[in-house]
Design a protein around this ligand. Structure first.
Ligand SMILES: [Zn+2]
Length: 257
């Protein structure tokens, strides 16, 4: 699946899980929206296994997934290291058992150190900006410099002002990763059977519904985007603000004979 499709499925899953988000510490409408945005962003994280710096003559250029290209050389270098550790693209970071556990655990551990915690929050903000780029005016958040600056300032502000650690963040990370893996499972390329990638010859699992980037994928992504909006309206106080608009429409709709 493309980064955009993963983001939309993550946003939809984040919105769908809002009724339970309170149990992992999400409180108030701002955190509810941050929860949904984090799911959308981290649903792109597993593709941090695909990227590197390629040289065109003397000019370096970053290639790879959305997350790998996000912060230029910083994320491409990280991506090529992650890819090496995880055994290549769609291997270890796409293991349905190990990947959510390890990414979630790393996020939980990062909360114990100010700088590590800032780095994780910045990554989350950067990815969320990428996930939400369709509703953000302009393209600043999609440029390397623009994204780095906004993410760094945002992370500095969040870790400085939040009166408690974002205890729900590891859950949003693990959740986003699970959604990503399920999304890639739908495609022809599939995902590895857990742990089989370790030896270098992974057994694949695939629903084989469509190829990455196919028309079907774009239709599915749009459906997820609509589901995310419906979920946000239904499960956040936003419903209260929209009620004067929605209710007359609903009640005046003629009943079918
Ligand atoms: Zn993937």
């Amino acid at each position: 699946m493309l980064g955009h499709s993963h983001a939309m499925s993550g946003l939809a899953a984040g919105a769908a899980t809002l009724p339970w988000a309170g149990q992992v510490g999400v409180s108030g409408p701002v955190e509810q929206l941050a929860w949904v945005a984090a799911w959308g962003g981290f649903a792109m994280l597993p593709d941090l296994d695909q990227g590197g710096i390629h040289w065109r003559g003397v000019m370096p250029s970053s290639t790879g997934s959305t997350v790998a290209r996000m912060w230029g050389p910083v994320t491409t270098t990280l991506a090529s290291a992650v890819g090496r550790i995880a055994g290549g693209h769609r291997q270890g970071t796409h293991d349905l058992l190990l990947a959510p556990a390890i990414f979630g655990l790393l996020t939980a551990l990062a909360a114990h150190n100010t700088y590590a915690s800032m780095a994780v929050v910045a990554l989350g903000i950067g990815l969320a900006l990428q996930a939400l780029h369709v509703v953000i005016p302009g393209k600043v958040e999609q440029t390397v410099i623009g994204n780095v600056v906004i993410s760094a300032l945002g992370a500095w502000w969040v870790t400085g002002t939040a009166n408690h650690a974002l205890e729900w963040l590891p859950w949003a990370v693990a959740g986003g990763v699970v959604v990503h893996i399920l999304g890639d499972w739908l495609t022809v390329g599939g995902v590895p059977v857990p742990l089989t990638w370790v030896g270098g010859h992974s057994v694949r699992l695939s629903a084989g519904l469509f190829r990455t980037g196919a028309k079907t994928e774009h239709v599915v992504a749009t459906m997820f985007a609509v589901a995310a909006v419906v979920g946000i309206v239904a499960f956040t106080p936003l419903q209260g603000y929209l009620a004067p608009v929605i209710d007359p429409v609903m009640t005046s709709a003629p009943l079918s004979p």
